[in-house]
Write a protein that binds this ligand. Structure first.
Ligand SMILES: C[S@@+](CC[C@H](N)C(=O)[O-])C[C@H]1O[C@@H](n2cnc3c(N)ncnc32)[C@H](O)[C@@H]1O
Length: 213
């Protein structure tokens, strides 16, 4: 029994590596020196929806490791802006990015972000966070929605009027109620599945634009 479940796990891992190694976005990321293929999801969304990131913007990047979104954001906002990244994992430093290693969903993480902001309002909150998968679909879904709710809670505290939020989510239990809640604070809410997101992945992104109180 143990033997057969082990070989199933090994087969799954090897299938993942095969898919990963042959993924065109992984190959492109390697060729262009990106920290991860996730970079293309963000650039596609920013460009397609013309999010007009100003040179001096303040952007908070939730779940920032290994750092490809932060690298792209700091490139767009220039040295006058500020990118703050937070992740459970450590990151190699990125010039112009203030990195915090902490759990976003913890009082310590929230405190560290508040200190890093130092009273500034935020132009955009982006989140590529996803929970560590337990294998139990309902548990994972509830954890994802929890991260979404925390992201919205954070955005409501720090976004400037007219600011934007972009966050990864999954369709399932709790999603409809969350989307309605998001719609109560943003003029428009869009569901986006970027081309760089694997078709087999349940992930997609919610983009809320023009925040209002
Ligand atoms: C898909 S990766 C992000 C990739 C990143 N956007 C990039 O371009 O390099 C998701 C990240 O979310 C982080 N994460 C998940 N839950 C978190 C939490 N509660 N607090 C902070 N980071 C979290 C994970 O550690 C992981 O590094």
């Amino acid at each position: 029994m143990a033997q057969s479940s082990k070989s199933r796990a090994a087969r799954k891992t090897s299938a993942w590596y095969h898919r990963h190694a042959n993924d065109p976005h992984v190959k492109r990321a390697r060729k262009e020196g990106k920290r991860s293929r996730a970079a293309f999801k963000l650039t596609e969304i920013l460009d397609r929806y013309d999010l007009n990131i100003r040179r001096n913007s303040v952007i908070v990047d939730l779940g920032s490791a290994p750092g490809s979104w932060s690298v792209e954001l700091v490139r767009r906002i220039g040295p006058e802006g500020l990118v703050i990244g937070i992740d459970l994992l450590p990151l190699h430093p990125i010039s112009g990015v203030r990195l915090i290693q902490a759990d976003f969903d913890s009082p310590e993480g929230q405190q560290a972000l508040q200190e890093a902001l130092g009273g500034r309002t935020v132009d955009m909150v982006v989140s590529d966070m996803a929970p560590e998968m337990s294998g139990d679909k309902l548990v994972d879904q509830m954890r994802m929605i929890r991260l979404n709710e925390m992201t919205l809670y954070f955005a409501r505290q720090y976004l400037r009027d007219g600011g934007n939020v972009l966050m990864k989510t999954f369709m399932g239990e709790g999603y409809d109620a969350f989307r309605r809640d998001l719609g109560a604070s943003f003029k428009t809410v869009k569901n986006i599945k970027p081309a760089a997101s694997r078709k087999t992945s349940a992930e997609f992104f919610l983009l809320g634009t023009s925040f209002y109180r």
